[in-house]
Design a protein around this ligand. Structure first.
Ligand code: PLP
Length: 458
């Protein structure tokens, strides 16, 4: 019988994160201070500003060019709750597709929060704790990040306050309850706890909130208590991508154990962290060993920053608090339609991933949501796991490639990242099964409108 799951022992878990910046032919452009347009790392004032928001060690990692960075033992200890994660051969999916392709997936859905996000939540909580920080703040849309950082903060005795966009707070109670179960406070945003929240409520008492507003509230609370409070972010930034490389490093070892070499590595794309996590260690093999492994980022057709956005300096957040980051973006004012893959409704991409795309070292595809949910259902009915709506984008792209392999009669090897499970997102499946899901593709005019609002700095 063929092996279905390839598992590593705890002793084979990576002890370092991989920093792709060390191996990139062109380094990402520096982040700019939104006020002066000077590179942040040449501006002590701005670095100070950054350290009022983020833990010191995370800022150092953000700017690091070291190839490997040690994973603290305290972090490895908590990783062991669910890591190493299995690599699985999707034999039943292959059979259903009648494809000669060999399909593998890395199962990141086995973490306590049900996604890859705890891979960065744990070190972020750890470094804040090490610095003596007692309170963390963050924002969350659908709640995946809020739940992950709630789980992580508890381990280090840090109090966490999560500002959750009010419409999700009311419509999606389960991740809020996960946060509460792990001991975090989850507040509907806009709230009366901050200036920005109160101002929004004064303008419109029925305001249902937005991610931008929730960020403003979370950052405001952190800035108010610089002695013991910091803010944290679950995607986009370099240090977040760095932490996620445990995924790909394990997968490199597991693919070797399976005696398989991927022709392509596929990940869904919101801000870029799970895609980076699975693909960067394989890209290293391209850079160092001259391999030609394709890395494919898959975004929703309704939020197509990689395939239809522009390479520009833009804010990481909607509110304009973060430094200006060089990225593929639709403009921070772009309003993505309300698709079910909430984690992929982000206007931009991280700086590293954007540079790699610009240099033609990775590829991007976009897929409409009906196709992705159909893929999710086929996956659930073959491999058993109900995937997160975000992850179904990677599955849909995998299916496209597997069907192409069948047409061409070529036995390609495909590896994709299953970034999370969808047991708390069953509403998306209900809508799909009822035939009520709509596909949406923004017009060129819509995209150029929000892009034209950006100051041209490149
Ligand atoms: C948040 C999330 C994503 C998108 O974020 P990235 O930073 O692009 O990885 C994808 N899948 C799941 C399950 C998520 O929770």
């Amino acid at each position: 019988m063929e092996t279905k799951k390839i598992c590593l022992s705890e002793r084979q878990m990576p002890t370092q994160w991989y920093n792709i910046v060390a191996d990139m032919p062109n380094k990402p452009l520096p982040p700019l201070n939104p006020a002066t347009k000077e590179p942040v790392n040449k501006e002590p004032v701005t670095k100070e500003q950054m350290s009022a928001i983020f833990a010191e060690e995370l800022i150092d990692q953000e700017m690091s060019t070291e190839r490997f960075i040690d994973i603290p033992e305290e972090v490895q200890e908590i990783y062991k709750i669910w890591r190493p994660t299995p690599l699985v051969r999707a034999t039943a999916l292959e059979k259903a597709l009648d494809t000669p392709a060999r399909i593998y997936f890395k199962n990141e859905s086995v973490s306590p929060a049900g996604s890859h996000k705890p891979n960065t939540a744990v070190p972020q909580a750890y470094y804040n704790h090490k610095q003596g920080i007692k309170h963390l703040t963050t924002e969350t849309g659908a709640g995946q990040w809020g739940a992950s950082i709630a789980f992580a903060a508890k381990h280090f005795g840090i109090d966490l306050r999560v500002f959750m966009v009010k419409v999700s707070y009311n419509q999606k109670p389960y991740r809020r309850l996960m946060m509460n179960t792990w001991g975090a406070e989850c507040v509907a945003s806009p709230s009366t706890l901050t200036e920005s929240g109160r101002a929004a409520l004064k303008r419109d008492p029925d305001c249902s909130g937005s991610l931008g507003l929730a960020i403003s509230e979370a950052v405001e609370v952190a800035l108010r208590s610089p002695e013991d409070t910091r803010y944290c972010l679950g995607s986009v930034l370099n240090h977040v991508l760095l932490h996620q490389t445990v995924i790909g490093q394990e997968a490199v070892a597991q693919m070797e154990m399976a005696d398989a070499e991927p022709d392509m590595v596929i990940g869904c794309f919101g801000g870029g962290s799970n895609f980076a996590g699975i693909s960067f260690p394989f890209l290293r093999r391209n850079f160092v060993e001259g391999k030609k492994i394709r890395a494919i980022a898959v975004e929703p057709e309704s939020c197509p920053k990689l395939t239809r956005g522009a390479f520009q300096y833009d804010f990481g957040d909607v509110a304009g608090y973060t430094p200006l980051i060089p990225m593929y973006t639709l403009g921070h004012n772009f309003q993505p339609s309300d698709i079910h893959a909430g984690g992929l409704r982000y206007h931009g991409a991280g700086a590293i991933v954007s540079q790699l795309l610009k240099d033609g070292l990775i590829e991007a595809q976009s897929i409409p949501q009906n196709e992705t949910l159909a893929a999710g259902i086929l996956f659930a009915r073959t491999e058993g796991i109900i995937p997160a709506p975000e992850s179904t984008h990677a599955i849909a792209a995998t299916i496209r490639e597997a069907l192409r392999a069948r047409e061409e009669g070529r036995a390609k090897t495909i590896l994709f990242n299953l970034s999370g499970n969808g047991v708390i997102d069953l509403y998306a499946y209900e809508q799909y099964l009822a035939g009520a899901l709509k596909d949406y593709s923004p017009s060129d005019a819509e995209i150029s409108k929000t892009l034209s609002q950006l100051e041209k700095l490149i």
